[in-house]
Unconditional design. Structure first.
Length: 179
């Protein structure tokens, strides 16, 4: 049995250590995601989140990373929902900006949240795929010091998402590069 949180532990540990912040794995459950595993750096200041905490599926950068790789019909349906939390508060939703971010995520495999959901909070997330090559969750680094740090660690988070996806049986190097 492939256990995503157990497989993610060494990946999250390495990410937290390299970035000096918190790395977490979230998994999709219905219209939400929940924090399934996390690792915090040993630095003096860290952003923390509780394992088990739930967020709306579309929340912040993890929402963009998941939405970017949904099958087209599911993506279109998702974008028609009344409340979308990509920017935290649904009243701040800017479809043009979110679509630009999603398009970029499809190319780079990571999405950023640069103080969109909370002042001072920078995060970067990548999708995680299951054996059916569809998103099952995300890996996120949160509490990055700046937008520059998010840009710097984005490729590292993308590679972590791909690594975990491969371990879970997704064919990220063949099927998913066609998207």
């Amino acid at each position: 049995d492939l256990n995503a949180p157990v497989l993610a532990e060494p990946i999250l540990e390495e990410l937290a250590k390299k970035a000096g912040t918190t790395a977490a794995l979230g998994l999709i459950v219905g219209p939400n995601v929940f924090v399934a595993a996390k690792r915090e750096s040993s630095g003096p200041v860290v952003v923390t989140m509780r394992v088990g905490h739930r967020f709306p599926l579309t929340y912040g950068c993890h929402g963009k990373a998941i939405a970017a790789f949904l099958p087209e019909k599911e993506f279109e349906s998702l974008m028609k929902e009344k409340k979308l939390y990509f920017s935290g508060d649904p009243n701040k939703f800017n479809k043009k900006r979110v679509m630009k971010d999603i398009k970029r995520c499809r190319l780079e495999w990571f999405a950023e949240d640069l103080e969109e959901t909370a002042p001072g909070l920078n995060a970067v997330a990548a999708p995680v795929f299951g054996p059916n090559s569809r998103p099952i969750g995300y890996i996120v680094l949160l509490g990055l010091a700046s937008a520059e740090a998010a840009h710097q660690y984005g490729p590292l988070v993308a590679e972590a998402g791909k690594t975990l996806s491969r371990q879970l049986g997704a064919k990220v190097d063949t099927e998913l590069t066609k998207l």
